[in-house]
Design a protein around this ligand. Structure first.
Ligand SMILES: Nc1ncnc2c1ncn2[C@@H]1O[C@H](COP(=O)(O)OP(=O)(O)OP(=O)(O)O)[C@@H](O)[C@H]1O
Ligand SMILES: [Mg+2]
Length: 595
């Protein structure tokens, strides 16, 4: 007796649905993608109870005639590709002809559709994959699909659904992806009778981001203006250095208009941000990679969430470069803000009150007499006497005496430098600022002639595990450039006779072991230069001016000048912000001067 038999279409669809329809958000994704592919200018989405009880998607796209409407429910029925060749270069979001039959097989499904110039439309009702009603219907041109009681016929699947709130949030995230990738389409999202958002068609991505996330976020984004190498174009907007999030929720990546998840792109972005991103945090990105459809395979994931690039290295490089350049440009814009000193504004409190306030917030060692209310234009920039001596040796070149670009008001809590600039109030974290300055200085030295090293009084030998020894062997030259005098002294034994001059450690062996532990995982994927940078970043922190180290005014002023001269002044080497700007508008809002 034969044991193999063909599955019925319904069962086959349910099996396929297992991959295509994981949760309510997948249904929303597929339906909205279809609306986009149908050329819709407006898409309305309504859900109830996290999408379990109802998902309705209404579009004003091309609609379908009756034959097509019936065909759309067959597996492998699609209008989007015809041959295997077409699969090599898919230009639409859909291409498999699987979404509708899969969804219809696991819910109560209703499709109403009409072509714009047709007299009548079609209304279809399908339950658990069986077509039950076919009749005339469809009022407005376009397509409306209702999915009720998702997984009602598959109790096991239903059990796996998360709370209504979680499912709703997943759906909303999904819609954000669609809305961001298609700003020209109007979207309305209603959840349980509440309007969550209503987005008018936007001319530009930036407008859509403002509508969805607010002007504050947009202000902190930088446009990636279509830079790219070769065939890959990288566009969109990304967060400026120092802007980050604890989750990936605002790390949006699109390839040819399709939202995707990609470890390759994510790691390229990290590389591009490098020290501009706080460790363990995620960047805010609306990154659009555009490339010839023939260079990307979209048919590699059941939910079409991943793609495969034909030239992954090319894509990676294009992203890294685009992000690096954009962050550098952002730096120039930021510095611009410090030009054009502002007259002491009318908002400044009367002098007497002013002084009282100041005496409370200024670090004790800074006496009233030194208060820099308006330092002379030609203020001489002095060296920083209170910094540890070795730091002085490598302090950046004195700045040319340029016009005063900011006014220092004082130091709060021995940590935050308060300044006034054209835009309002700026707070600088003096510790983070010093880290950034040291980091860039050391990096420059490393690139040029190597970091100066200091001989140890007594050279030390130590043993390493074979794996660590192998790592040291591989990175010997970069370690030496970093000012670490290390050489082989027998199998798995090393001798260390000098350390970077800026370093103050009494235990060179322990220091070395820590460097190895911190960096050995990183090196496999990064260059020698990057290793050096990581090493500086991990060591610099311990030597930068600590919070609570009181600085004298000239030191503070020099610190700010040096900071502004950095490549990436607005965050420390670990990506924490060095400065926070509070605009006049924000202050006015807080004081109720403006609504
Ligand atoms: N909203 C819509 N407006 C017009 N036509 C639609 C709409 N939704 C689906 N269709 C038609 O139904 C067909 C089947 O849709 P379905 O989503 O199942 O497959 P697909 O989009 O071709 O591929 P995929 O399974 O990758 O999504 C589509 O190819 C399209 O022709
Ligand atoms: Mg589809």
């Amino acid at each position: 007796m034969s044991r193999i038999r063909l599955l019925s279409d319904t069962v086959a669809s349910q099996v396929a649905a297992g991959e295509v329809v994981e949760r309510p958000a997948s249904v929303v994704k597929e339906l909205v993608e279809n609306s986009i592919d149908a050329g819709a200018g407006k898409i309305d989405i309504l859900i109830r109870r996290g999408g379990r009880s109802l998902i309705r998607v209404v579009d004003d796209g091309c609609g379908m005639d009756r034959d097509d409407a019936l065909l759309s429910l067959e597996r492998h029925a699609t209008s989007k590709i015809r041959s295997a060749d077409d699969l090599q270069a898919v230009a639409t979001l859909g291409f498999r002809g699987e979404a509708l039959p899969s969804i219809a097989s696991v819910a109560r499904f209703r499709l109403t559709t009409r072509e714009p110039d047709a007299l009548a439309g079609t209304d279809l009702i399908v339950n658990a994959g069986k077509i039950e009603v076919v009749r005339d219907g469809g009022e407005a041109p376009g397509t409306q699909i209702e999915v009720r009681s998702l997984f009602y016929n598959l109790p096991a699947r239903r059990k796996f659904l998360r709370s209504e709130n979680t499912e709703s949030r997943n759906i909303e995230h999904q819609l954000h992806l669609q809305a961001i990738s298609h700003p020209q389409i109007a979207f309305t999202f209603i959840r349980d009778n509440r309007l969550v958002f209503q987005l008018a068609p936007a001319a530009k991505l930036a407008d859509r981001i403002r509508d969805l996330y607010g002007a504050d976020l947009l202000e902190r984004l930088l446009p990636l203006n279509g830079t790219g190498s070769g065939k890959t174009n990288v566009g969109g907007l990304i967060g400026q250095a120092g802007l980050s999030r604890p989750t990936r929720a605002q790390q949006l990546i699109f390839v040819n208009g399709r939202a995707i998840e990609s470890p390759l792109v994510t790691s390229a972005m990290r590389e591009g941000y490098h020290t501009a991103l706080m460790r363990g945090q995620f960047p805010v990105t609306f990154l659009f990679v555009q490339l010839d459809p023939a260079f990307v395979d979209v048919n590699v994931h059941p939910a079409k969430r991943e793609v495969r690039f034909r030239d992954p290295n090319g894509v990676r490089e294009a992203i890294v470069i685009a992000i690096q350049r954009t962050l550098e440009r952002g730096r120039a814009e930021w510095q611009e803000k410090f030009r054009a000193p502002r007259e002491m504004s009318k908002l400044t409190a009367p002098r007497s009150v002013d002084l009282k306030l100041r005496s409370e917030i200024i670090a004790p060692p800074v006496s009233q007499g030194e208060l820099p209310v308006a330092p002379p234009e030609s203020a001489v920039v002095e060296p920083v006497p209170r910094l540890p001596a070795p730091l002085e040796a490598i302090a950046p070149q004195p700045q040319r005496a340029s016009a005063q670009e900011f006014q220092i008001i004082g130091v709060l809590n021995k940590l935050y430098v308060l300044m006034e600039n054209a835009d309002g109030l700026v707070l600088v974290d003096q510790h983070a600022a010093h880290e950034r300055i040291l980091f860039e200085e050391l990096r420059r030295r490393m690139e040029e002639q190597g970091v100066p090293s200091q001989k140890l009084l007594i050279p030390q030998t130590f043993d390493l595990s074979p794996r660590d020894a192998e790592w040291v062997e591989r990175n010997l030259s970069i370690l030496q450039k970093m000012g670490i005098g290390i050489e082989s002294f027998g199998p798995n034994t090393y001798k260390i006779d000098s350390l970077p001059a800026f370093l103050r450690t009494s235990d060179p062996v322990n220091f070395m072991q820590r460097v190895i532990d911190d960096l050995k995982d990183a090196t496999d994927r990064s260059s020698a230069m990057r290793l050096g940078e990581d090493m500086i970043a991990t060591t610099v922190c311990r030597h930068a001016v600590k919070a609570n180290d009181p600085l004298r005014f000239p030191e503070v002023e020099k610190l700010i000048r040096d900071l502004l001269a950095c490549d990436l002044p607005y965050c420390c080497p670990h990506g924490r912000p060095t400065m926070v700007q509070i605009s006049h508008a924000e202050l006015e809002k807080r004081f109720g001067r403006k609504v």
